[in-house]
Ligand binder design. Sequence first.
Ligand code: PGA
Length: 256
Amino acid sequence: MVSPMARVPVVGGNWKMNLARSAARDLLTTLRGTLDGLEGVGVLLFPPAPWLGDAHDVLEGSSLRVGAQNAYWEQKGAFTGEVGPAMLQGTATHVLVGHSERRILFGETVWETGQKMRAVCAAGLTPVLAVGEPLSDRRSGRTEAGLRRQLTEGMRGITSMPEGFIVAYEPVWAIGTGEAATPEDAQARCKFLRGLIAERYGDDAGEAVRIQYGGSVNAENAASFFAQPDIDGALVGGASLDADAFAAICRAAAAS
Ligand code: PGA
């Protein structure tokens, strides 16, 4: 059995639809300079799709990894405007799937999230599956039922846990609001998600899966999340655009 101590936390920077090309290259260069080789944490950057090639080039040979924020479920074809997972091979190692902005703003259904998960795995890329409850579920006590559905539908048809698999627990009401979950609340949800993975793929998988907390993580509150036993890093939005803040979050994870 993999001991929980063996889980290396991973911090992701989700840049969303931000930064012009030159600013993106500058941030990549700065982060490489400060974070390359940092032990005890995996660092993953999700730049906007047009800058994925730049990210690959700037970070090549470093310990920092590149992820795409989204991908379509077909590998190629007449799908104007979409990017197939196979096209990301060699540029990105990870793909974020099911971010709440995709689900809510772009109407992505749990079926579509599942399609993307299967396609990402088929392409040999590592998925980062984002799940999280809206405020309405939280208020009506449906948080766990909703998380179970997102995870079950997201993993449908995936018979063994993908190598390096990461789950990002991101309560919708905490994203971009400055109102983070309490560490205790986030811990309880992450523990619940770990249990679902263990139910589905066995205890070893439950111990090995890395579960990030996301939602208004910043340099000040990060350590309080990383001190929780079932939180293995963070998915960071706003604060990932600030090199100093993001580096501080990565260092806090490394020290946890
Ligand atoms: P935030 O975003 O850190 O700006 O709240 C988190 C995310 O959307 O991944």
